[in-house]
Design a protein around this ligand. Structure first.
Ligand code: FES
Length: 497
């Protein structure tokens, strides 16, 4: 049996048991650490210090530190792996948000705030000192609703068919209350604001809004409304004057996580056109600038989150997260350095790319032999149906982008930057997304933004509601399916290359 190493995360005091050889990016992401350049060693934002023990590094680690002008007291987490027992001081838990170049300006405020990203599968809460932007504490928890459905569609079904609405609301509110309580217990901080963001379904289920409109055409949700709560409503024994707000959705499945993403990517402040894509859940796409923003949720479904793929799973321990060719040999990486148990979205993109390059499938996605399944590594393989599911998701995203660009009367070339949101975005191989025709932009325009929902929620702690209102006033949700060109574009975009 492999001896697991003890990894301590300071200043949070968290202790983990990890298999040596595990990349730090696989571990720290779960604990709210952001990897803005997608772990390429470019941005210098994922710094850790190692007061005890050692880390192993990629060959270019020292060179990158020098190029970034950093002393050897620092380590870039994205280029480091666990080699034995180690204590890590995670700089992002300490540094000023203003300290990085992709900063957001904030006006310091008195007191403390808690930013919460209520995701379909995980919930992250960060406590911030509003006088300087320091992250003081981070808590994560699995969304307890997952036992009633892994994805948003089954959550809606449970809420409607099983009269489960109350139950789903109760358990998620309890979990968020627990997170806030445990932050409060550990920190003597007078919190005066809590900002919660989440996708449209999470918002409905947390706020107690009937999700029926999201289950039937035209899938309209409540929109442009803030939901405020008193601590008492959430059963929180904190100062009654604390303002708790769930930020508004934009429309249909485009929720406040995307509104927060718009803030994080500063689309509403940009003269040039920018795009934001969240490949998780429903594949939301945003294109716009300071004058006009349009967004859509695609019919991508949760294929990129591993759902509907026979051996699909979330990007967690045991998931094949990348696949590549090394002298014609298929190689792969498993999150957590364990035996592969399944494949997550980033691995799926890579595996399909490798199959296409090796001509195991053709451009229409058909397996070029009488094999029923294509193996990556025992027991993980992809069936013809899995490849079709992937094509539907890829086609939906590419179609959404094409239609939004046409609606703005611009071309792909007019988009200055494309931000990839969400945890999953950190792992994807951009050149493979181009090879498959998923993202039809040159690599230098694509920026991995990390957890943009959480970044935006943190920004909202410093802002008044007007900032969100200003974004909502220039934002419009559009329905892709009603576009006259939808079907033709979709059929075309399902093909590879
Ligand atoms: S340098 Fe590590 S995420 Fe950018």
């Amino acid at each position: 049996m492999i001896r697991k190493a003890t990894v301590k995360l300071e200043p949070l005091g968290i202790e983990l048991k990890i298999i040596p050889g595990t990349p730090l990016i696989d571990i720290l992401h779960e604990y709210g650490v952001e990897f803005p350049c997608g772990g390429k060693g470019i941005c210098g934002r994922c710094l850790v210090k190692v007061p005890e023990g050692n880390l192993a590094h990629t060959k270019n680690h020292r060179k990158r530190l020098t190029e970034l002008g950093l002393s050897e007291d620092f380590h870039l987490a994205c280029l480091s792996t666990v080699s034995g027992d180690v204590t890590l001081e995670v700089e992002q838990y300490n540094i000023f948000i203003l300290a990085d170049n992709t900063n957001f300006e904030f006006i310091p405020r008195e007191g403390y705030g808690i930013a919460i990203d209520l995701g379909t599968t995980t919930i992250v809460a960060q406590l911030l000192d509003l006088s300087n932007g320091k992250i003081i504490n981070v808590k994560t928890e699995a969304n307890p609703q997952t036992r009633f459905g892994a994805d948003i569609i089954s959550r809606i079904a449970f809420a409607l068919n099983n009269k489960g609405m109350e139950k789903l609301q109760k358990i998620v509110r309890e979990t968020i209350s627990c997170l806030i309580h445990s932050i409060n217990k550990e920190n003597d901080a007078s919190v005066n604001k809590v900002v919660i963001v989440g996708n449209a379904v999470m918002q409905h289920l947390f706020c107690g809004i009937d999700p029926t409109p999201l289950s039937v055409y035209p899938f309209e949700s409540v929109k442009k409304e803030f939901y405020f709560f008193s601590p008492e409503e959430l059963d929180l024994q904190i100062n009654a004057s604390v303002k708790i707000v769930f930020l508004p959705s934009i429309g249909s499945f485009v929720g406040s996580d995307i509104l927060a993403g718009i803030m994080a990517a500063k689309i509403h402040k940009s003269k040039k056109f920018l795009a934001l894509i969240d490949l998780g859940t429903n594949g939301e796409i945003v294109v716009g600038n300071k004058d006009k923003i349009i967004c859509a949720s695609t019919a991508a479904g949760p294929a990129f989150e591993g759902t509907n793929i026979s051996m699909g799973m979330r990007a967690t321990t045991g998931a094949i997260s990348s696949v590549w060719l090394d002298k014609d040999q298929m190689k792969f990486h498993v999150i957590g350095n364990e035996q592969p148990r399944g494949i997550c979205g980033s691995g799926l993109i890579d595996a399909v790319t490798v199959f296409l390059k090796n001509e195991l499938i053709d451009k229409s996605g058909k397996i070029n032999s009488d094999k029923k399944k294509l193996e990556i590594e025992k027991p993980v393989c992809l069936s013809q149906k899995d490849i079709r599911e992937f094509q539907l998701a890829k086609g939906a995203i590419a179609t959404g982008m094409e239609i939004l660009i046409r609606k703005l009367n611009i071309s792909f070339r007019d988009i200055d930057k494309v931000f990839i949101a969400g945890a999953f975005g950190n792992y994807i191989n951009i050149s493979n997304t181009q090879y498959l025709g998923l993202l039809e932009f040159p690599e230098e325009k694509i920026v991995k933004l990390g957890n943009s929902a959480l970044i935006g929620a943190k920004m909202a702690l410093f802002l008044d509601d007007k900032c969100c209102e200003d974004i909502l006033n220039i934002s419009e949700h559009v329905s892709l399916e009603t576009d006259p060109g939808f079907e033709d574009i979709f059929i075309d975009k399902m093909m590879f290359g």
